[in-house]
Write a protein that binds this ligand. Structure first.
Ligand SMILES: *[C@@H]1O[C@H](CO)[C@@H](O)[C@H](O)[C@H]1NC(C)=O
Ligand SMILES: *[C@@H]1O[C@H](CO)[C@@H](O)[C@H](O)[C@H]1NC(C)=O
Ligand SMILES: *[C@@H]1O[C@H](CO)[C@@H](O)[C@H](O)[C@H]1NC(C)=O
Length: 266
């Protein structure tokens, strides 16, 4: 069976109840649908003059979901029957509130009006969790480099980075778990950093303006954490001493230059 990638159209950009459509009129289509969303599968142009049976499963082990005859369709008693609708006017099958168990092979059998089998079309449905809005976090390293992580939930996320519109390579995705990716930006880089995450269902992007890290930021920040109070007290003490000296010399100077005034006052 030759695998033809079905035409996938994302019609709604919201994170819940994503709708996808797939043109599955050719044998071997691969269709992707959002977990918890609605998928429209176009199985045939018209159901007129023929009978159709639509099955979940492969030829060996299959369950009939629905069948059509002329302008009528009959739903079989399956676990998915409450989530299914068939548009007989254009041969489109709709499945709501998809669950992971909906993934798998489906078969459409076309029968002539006399009941003779005249064609079988297979399709593969993949139910995948859409990617969520990516989150960025950054950290300054000791030599003025910046480590930025981008993370998202969802099935099979693929990450890409741009800095001021230029693709950034040199990324590392932790092996085994693909929930985030990290880049290390060289010293002195700044600009608009964008992380895009996509999978077969949807994509989302986050941008942030980054300014370069101070060269010894790591030492400064750790020193600042532990020594901040001492530093402040030291500065205050210094200011106090300076003020005392200034005041002292001012008084000393005043006493020396205007002794008469003070004498007059007394
Ligand atoms: C099929 O018909 C239904 C209802 O008339 C419509 O909502 C849907 O968009 C149609 N699908 C295609 C692929 O034409
Ligand atoms: C299935 O979803 C469609 C569109 O999202 C909605 O109009 C319809 O009422 C839903 N049907 C069921 C049985 O949930
Ligand atoms: C999962 O799908 C199979 C058929 O592919 C069905 O027999 C089974 O009952 C389903 N399980 C659930 C929880 O819907």
């Amino acid at each position: 069976m030759e695998a033809v990638l079905g035409l996938l159209v994302i019609s709604a950009g919201v994170s819940h109840g994503l709708e996808t459509s797939c043109d599955a009129r050719e044998d071997g289509c691969q269709c992707y649908a959002a977990l918890g969303g609605t998928v429209y599968l176009q199985l045939t142009e018209t159901t007129a003059y023929n009978q159709y049976s639509f099955y979940k499963g492969s030829t060996g082990a299959r369950t009939e979901i629905l069948k059509t005859k002329n302008d009528k369709w009959v739903m079989r008693d399956t676990p998915i029957k409450d989530r299914v609708h068939f548009f007989i006017n254009n041969g489109t099958f709709r499945l709501n509130n998809t669950i992971r168990n909906d993934s798998g092979e489906y078969l459409l059998e076309k029968l002539e009006s006399d009941g003779r089998l005249s064609g079988i079309i297979g399709l593969q449905l993949f139910i995948e969790a859409p990617v969520s809005s990516p989150q960025l976090s950054s950290e300054c390293l000791s030599h003025g480099e910046m480590k930025v992580s981008c993370s998202s939930e969802g099935d099979g996320p693929q990450y890409s980075w741009t800095l001021d519109g230029q693709t950034v390579r040199d990324t590392e995705t932790s092996p085994g778990e693909e929930t985030n990716t990290t880049i290390t930006l060289k010293k002195g880089l700044s600009g608009d950093l964008t992380c895009t995450v996509r999978n077969t269902i949807n994509s989302d992007t986050v941008s942030r303006r980054i300014s370069h890290c101070p060269e010894h930021s790591a030492e400064i920040s750790s020193w600042a954490r532990s020594g901040f109070n001492v530093f402040v007290y030291f500065q205050l003490a210094e200011v106090f001493i300076l003020l005392t000296i200034c005041l002292g010399s001012y008084c000393f100077y005043k006493k020396k230059t205007c002794p008469q005034e003070q004498d007059d006052g007394e």
